[in-house]
Write a protein that binds this ligand. Structure first.
Ligand code: BG6
Length: 283
């Protein structure tokens, strides 16, 4: 079976030697296996019962990245904390399967929904495409302004946790000469000088990136991330102290993951009435 929906909590896609799993909670993709190798990190302590955003996978950050001074929305918004609607199979060919999930006001806890002024006027869709011939995984978000307010704004991001076996071997390419905001140092307007970014401390940076391709090498191989429509890339690793403070993350797991997250976060996206925004990550 290419698309298995027998488990009520998640959808499992299989195509040749590729597979992926997406929970309805958050439409969070928690696994992508290519040729027997898992490429997505999921914490051993992750809550998978809908009581907390899933620690690992690819949580969808929407309608707000981080916390914002004049907003009461929780960190990273409400999409990752809501049960999405399964919209079904879009296509299923010999090499590729494509499925869709949707989120709108009807999926949001009213207490959370009232914290964003456009809750009644949005439709968010996630399309996941698993291709076994190209060995790729594409995730597309489409945000529609269904209302008649032209002042519809949001930020969004695909918070991808990559599974690695040794953080000290990770080198991230494609960021050189980009400006970034360092959330650890609380400093903006910094310029990346490294050809290859290494992670050897708590790292939490928001890069404005014109290039559409970022790559990273790790012990076991190389991943290329392609982005279309997203303006920024966040690089995050909690390192030792922060890992210890997180209840849903093992103390040592910071060695086994790195988040390289494509998004539109350094400035809000505006969408006029009845129009939509679309952006894609392809791995
Ligand atoms: C990153 C942010 O995207 O997500 C970090 O830049 C944040 O600041 C991290 O700590 C994890 O966030 P959370 O809410 O899932 O613990």
């Amino acid at each position: 079976m290419t698309v298995d929906t027998t488990n009520k909590t998640k959808v499992v896609l299989t195509k040749g030697s590729s597979s992926a799993e997406i929970f309805l909670f958050g439409a969070t993709l928690t696994s992508w296996i290519v040729g027997g190798k898992e490429l997505i990190f999921l914490s051993r302590k992750a809550k998978l019962d809908g009581t907390k955003a899933i620690r690992g996978g690819v949580p969808i950050v929407f309608p707000q990245f981080g916390t914002v001074e004049d907003s009461s929305l929780p960190q990273h918004g409400f999409a990752r904390n809501s049960f999405w609607t399964w919209l079904g199979i879009i296509s299923d060919t010999a090499d590729e399967v494509q499925v869709k999930f949707g989120l709108n006001q009807s999926n949001i806890d009213p207490q959370l929904g009232k914290l964003w002024e456009h809750t009644k006027d949005f439709e968010l869709q996630l399309t996941v495409t698993l291709n076994d011939n190209k060995k790729t995984l594409a995730m597309k978000i489409n945000v529609q302004n269904t209302g008649n307010n032209d002042n519809f704004k949001f930020t969004a991001l695909l918070h991808t946790y990559f599974k690695i076996n040794d953080i000290t071997k990770v080198e991230i390419f494609g960021l050189k000469n980009s400006m970034y905001h360092d959330k650890v140092l609380k400093k903006s307007g910094l310029l990346e000088g490294n050809e290859a970014l290494k992670i050897d401390k708590e790292t939490d940076r928001v890069y404005s990136l014109n290039e559409n391709s970022i790559g990273f090498n790790f012990n076991e191989g190389k991943i290329v991330i392609k982005k279309f429509g997203f303006s920024d890339v966040v690089v995050w690793n909690p390192w030792i102290e922060k890992a210890r403070s997180m209840a849903d993350f093992d103390d040592e797991e910071y060695k086994e993951m790195v988040c390289v997250e494509v998004g539109a976060v350094s400035k809000s996206v505006s969408v006029s009435s009845t129009n939509s925004f679309e952006a894609v990550q392809e791995l």
